[in-house]
Ligand binder design. Structure first.
Ligand SMILES: Nc1nc2c(c(=O)[nH]1)N[C@H]1C(S)=C(S)[C@@H](COP(=O)(O)OP(=O)(O)OC[C@H]3O[C@@H](n4cnc5c(=O)[nH]c(N)nc54)[C@H](O)[C@@H]3O)O[C@H]1N2
Ligand SMILES: Nc1nc2c(c(=O)[nH]1)N[C@H]1C(S)=C(S)[C@@H](COP(=O)(O)OP(=O)(O)OC[C@H]3O[C@@H](n4cnc5c(=O)[nH]c(N)nc54)[C@H](O)[C@@H]3O)O[C@H]1N2
Ligand code: SF4
Ligand SMILES: [Mo]
Length: 906
């Protein structure tokens, strides 16, 4: 790949995960866009993962929301904005400031987020603005604030390369932060003495790099890290000087944890005590330790305590803020950090200030010249939707998030939206599960069009720059919100002319009245003009305005000079942000392990490698959809057998609040007693795979973050009497099916289906599903003894679609079949092969796609291994190209090699 940017190449930032990789985007004359990693960006140095590499495939306009709507009908901007402003104003007049709310997103740019927060907290005068970050980062924020006095991530990505021990807690880095994972893999290859411990109930893809995997019982993390503290004390690993000079509360934290001896820890975590001891010894004797954590820690009803139990161990050993050491909460969304910086959550103010602090309130009031300001926290996400449900909130604006899919107790959220007198949704797509509830829908600018900044997990602010024109009538989120603010009578606070203007105000506020009392200070970036803003290189905060003299007039020079400060860490010197500048140990209580009755399971949820959240974007890419094309439940084989569930059968997963139907995958990567379902599937792509309809809305008492990874459920076979698989050129209508899962294929769609009652007339069903016109030629095969029916419809040489039905899950080669859609079919032999559901000997079934860059399937890799053609990841790459581009699949390839070699020796 030529790494020299072309003239038309724009440097921007990936809109997916919090790694925040730099992207080079080059629009081509044919309207497509070439995507490459930016070799100069310090997050990725040119790397991209599978999702980043496929960004070019998600830019099409077919499914975009391109104009405003009111009550579902096309409207002009003027009417739509006036409607929003009038209804919010009227609701406030009649029911008070707290009767309105915004529910926003860590996928907004900092500038969008800043304006939304300013409108709600400074002008409407309520703190009822919360964000999907409540489901994501809230426990880390709360844990940081308890320990450090501020929401500060102390370290940098380089620490991951410099560490001698990395502990991954509840973090599937291989799939969710793939470029960080690759950086760690490269560092470990260069320094094999580097150790990695994975703490996760599942043996995830990240386990392939781990020296030790601790398959911890759900929520055992507090016990694990509480038990580590006395172990460290006895091992002589406490940094007494650091603890004495810079912290408070050590004695109490240690006293509370004293009872956590190895047998107790083993009991509370479900781990073997020798494994626990091995981990403790490794931790005690290794100075350079980074503990990386994400949703296995945060999304828990004890999430904040988990965070503090981890931080306690780093404070006690003084391993924080020095190269290769520290607790490291990796952020999920591209701008989770930016949202925290602007104070976009209901319990924060702005610029890392606290809403409960009168001095902070008066500072912000003064700076904003605010009309009205709340003096207490607003409603956090779960409570916010409860308030919508019971009528306390009567006007709600949802921006950049899809709560009908992603909130726990999602059907209750649906009902709340249906009952809410006024709902506004700003989105980039024309269809998602939340949009049907919008009284007003507003088309937002999407990635590639919008202009602003995001902050990644290591506090690095990067520009997202536009490289495409705004399509249709779409507008940037900040501009839409500012327009509504002006129409609500707040013109003076919202006169910004550009995103650069908004950023400038944000930077100035961070420095306002801040002589080092607050961690977040980017004063050096204030005063950038449009050119300076456009040229802003990726830069890590803090960037206080001390680097060059004040008012030199050339802020861009200052910004560049400020880069010298890059790579700085917090807290190595022991200076924290509590008023006494000392850190706090937090004494945590360990809850006993949850015991479930027979036939009961804990439902764990999370992510797959190639899908992003509710699939509104990655679901548009055939390549990304080929990795996992259907919602599934991973079950330990023994648990599946005990529940009478067959491999590849359908399963009903049911809790006290709802049920989902998903495909069973049995795997010993799953611990017994626990099942895993991905969070991604929505009503748009499946009949009943929306798992948050099953997930209970219990929250952490400190952070308000829901425990999305441990809902008690039952699992049972879904009693389908027929199963089917279809490929279609146009999007099929799944109406009336008992089960379906839809996925994009290269030249159309692929669909799994099933029914509870026999198909009375399979031929009529096939004609309707495949939308075969009268002139179509329908090839059919029926076997009444086995209940098998197969159909293929052709329009001339072109395949319109095909359907396979059977009493058991149909054995069709999915990837091969989906690949047939674009091909010409004139040979009779080809047509019959299609009915048979697999290619001839010359067209073997590639199996499910593992390498999405080169579309290499699991069967191809396994064959290369078993025939001895390739027995290392490198050799598989040389033979098949798999894993040689983005590298996101390398851990899976290693897993396939290990499995195949095991099978060979068995
Ligand atoms: N491919 C992909 N990447 C993404 C995203 C995506 O949608 N798709 N989303 C991004 C976002 S917003 C986020 S927040 C991050 C999330 O990134 P991660 O946190 O890595 O992802 P998850 O899969 O939600 O959960 C991580 C792991 O926590 C484990 N876990 C569950 N319960 C426990 C427990 O009690 N203790 C421990 N120790 N572990 C437990 C689960 O088994 C799971 O493997 O990913 C980001 N990156
Ligand atoms: N059970 C379970 N539930 C979970 C999780 C879990 O692990 N398990 N994880 C939770 C976590 S960590 C997260 S972060 C959430 C994510 O959940 P959501 O935020 O609901 O998921 P997305 O699919 O990212 O939704 C983003 C929406 O914004 C739209 N959009 C994209 N770009 C823009 C833009 O620039 N402007 C506007 N206005 N709209 C835009 C997209 O089309 C999409 O409809 O899910 C949470 N829910
Ligand atoms: S790791 Fe992948 S998804 Fe995350 S920012 Fe980088 S390219 Fe994007
Ligand atoms: Mo997230």
């Amino acid at each position: 790949m030529d790494e020299r940017p072309a003239d038309t190449t724009i440097r921007t930032t990936c809109p997916y995960c919090g790694v925040g990789c730099g992207v080079l985007a080059t629009p081509r004359p044919d309207g497509s866009v070439a995507i490459a990693g930016d070799p100069a960006h310090p997050a990725n140095f040119g790397r991209l993962c599978s999702k980043g590499s496929a960004l070019g495939e998600t830019l099409g306009l077919e499914e975009r929301l391109l104009f405003p709507t009111i009550a579902g009908a096309r409207a002009n901007w003027d009417d739509a904005l006036s409607r929003v402003a009038e209804r919010f104003t009227a609701t406030i007049a009649e029911h008070g400031r707290d009767s309105v709310a915004f529910y926003v997103s860590g996928q907004l740019l900092t500038e969008d987020y800043y304006i939304a927060n300013k409108l709600m907290k400074g002008f409407i005068g309520s703190a009822n603005i919360d964000t999907n970050s409540r489901l994501c980062m809230a426990s880390s924020v709360a844990g940081h604030r308890r320990a450090f006095g501020s929401d500060t991530v102390p370290g940098t990505y380089e620490d991951l390369e410099q560490a001698d021990l990395i502990v991954l807690v509840g973090s599937n880095l291989a799939w969710c932060h793939p470029v960080l994972y690759q950086r760690i893999a490269a560092a470990k290859a260069a320094r094999p003495q580097m150790k990695i411990v994975l703490v996760d109930p599942r043996r995830t893809a990240s386990a392939d790099l781990a020296d030790l995997h601790l398959p911890i019982a759900a929520d055992g993390d507090t016990a694990l890290f509480a038990g580590l503290l006395p172990f460290l004390a006895e091992a002589g690993a406490i940094h007494c000087d650091y603890v004495a000079r810079h912290t408070d509360g050590f004695v109490e934290a240690l006293r509370r944890a004293r009872g956590m001896r190895l047998p107790h820890v083993a009991e509370a975590t479900g781990l073997d005590s020798r494994q626990v001891q091995a981990f403790y010894e490794l931790f005690a004797r290794t100075e350079k330790v980074v503990t990386v954590y994400s949703q296995g820690v945060n999304q828990s009803v004890t999430g904040t305590d988990k965070v503090n139990a981890i931080i306690n161990c780093h404070l006690a050993t003084g391993r924080i803020g020095r190269p290769g050491m520290g607790p490291f909460s990796v952020t999920g969304q591209p701008n989770a950090m930016g949202g925290r910086e602007v104070g976009g959550m209901a319990n924060m103010l702005a610029a890392h200030m606290a809403i409960e602090d009168p001095a902070h309130r008066s500072l912000v009031r003064d700076f904003w010249d605010a009309r009205a300001m709340p003096d207490r926290a607003g409603l956090k996400a779960v409570d916010m939707f409860r308030a919508v449900a019971d009528g306390r909130i009567r006007a709600l604006w949802i921006i950049g998030t899809n709560p009908v899919v992603s909130m726990p107790d999602a059907d209750a959220v649906k009902a709340a939206l249906a009952a809410c007198p006024f709902v506004v949704v700003s989105d980039v797509v024309a269809r998602n599960d939340t949009l049907p509830f919008a009284d007003v829908a507003l088309p937002a600018a999407a990635w590639g069009e919008k202009d602003g900044t995001v902050t990644n997990s290591e506090r690095r602010i990067s520009r997202q720059r536009p490289f495409l024109p705004l399509p249709g009538e779409a507008r940037p989120d900040w501009a839409i919100i500012a327009d509504v603010a002006r129409r609500m009578g707040f013109a003076d606070g919202f006169s910004h002319a550009s995103a650069a203007d908004v950023f400038d105000e944000h930077a100035r506020l961070s420095a306002y009245g801040n002589a080092g009392e607050r961690d977040f200070d980017i004063g050096a970036l204030a005063g950038l003009d449009q050119c300076g803003y456009d040229a802003l290189p990726p830069v890590q905060w803090p960037q206080p305005r001390t680097v060059t003299s004040h008012g030199s007039g050339d802020a861009s020079v200052e910004a560049t000079a400020a880069l010298a400060n890059d790579g700085s860490r917090f807290f190595g010197d022991g200076d924290f942000f509590h008023p006494d500048r000392r850190a706090r140990f937090v004494a945590v209580d360990v809850a006993p392990r949850r015991r479930l009755g027979k036939g009961r399971f804990l439902l764990n949820t999370g992510r797959v490698r190639d899908h992003w959240h509710t699939m509104t974007r990655t679901g548009r890419s055939a390549r990304l959809s080929a990795h996992v094309a259907e919602p599934f439940v991973d079950v330990h084989p023994a648990d599946a057998a005990a529940q009478g569930i067959a491999e590849a059968g359908l399963v009903t997963v049911r809790s006290g609040i709802g049920a989902a139907i998903v495909r069973c995958r049995t795997t010993d990567r799953q611990s017994r007693g626990s099942v895993f379902v991905p969070m991604h599937w929505s009503d748009e792509f499946s009949g009943s795979g929306r798992i948050d309809a099953v997930v209970a809305p219990a929250v952490d008492p400190v952070s308000g973050q829901p425990g999305l990874k441990a809902t008690e459920v039952s699992i049972a076979p879904f009693p389908a009497v027929w199963f089917g698989f279809a490929i279609t050129r146009s999007r099929p209508d799944p109406h009336g099916l008992d089960y379906f899962a839809l996925a994009r294929a290269e030249a159309g769609w692929r669909m799994e289906l099933a029914g509870l009652a026999p198909q009375a007339d399979p031929s009529a069903f096939a004609t309707a599903l495949l939308e075969a016109p009268d002139r179509a030629q329908m090839l059919a095969f029926h076997d009444t003894t086995t209940g098998a029916h197969r159909f293929a419809a052709f329009d001339g040489e072109a395949l319109i679609g095909a359907l396979w039905i059977a009493r058991d899950p149909v054995a069709v080669s999915r990837v091969w079949a989906a690949g047939q859609l674009g091909d010409a079919h004139n040979a009779v032999r080809d047509r019959f092969r299609l009915l048979a559901g697999r290619g001839g000997a010359d067209r073997p079934d590639p199996g499910a796609i593992v390498c999405s860059c080169f579309s290499v399937g699991v069967n191809e890799i396994a064959t290369a291994v078993t025939t001895g053609r390739a027995i290392t990841v490198e050799a598989v790459g040389a033979a098949l190209k798999a894993g040689t581009n983005c590298g996101s699949c390398r851990s899976e390839i290693k897993g396939i090699i290990d499995d195949a070699r095991l099978a060979n020796t068995a």
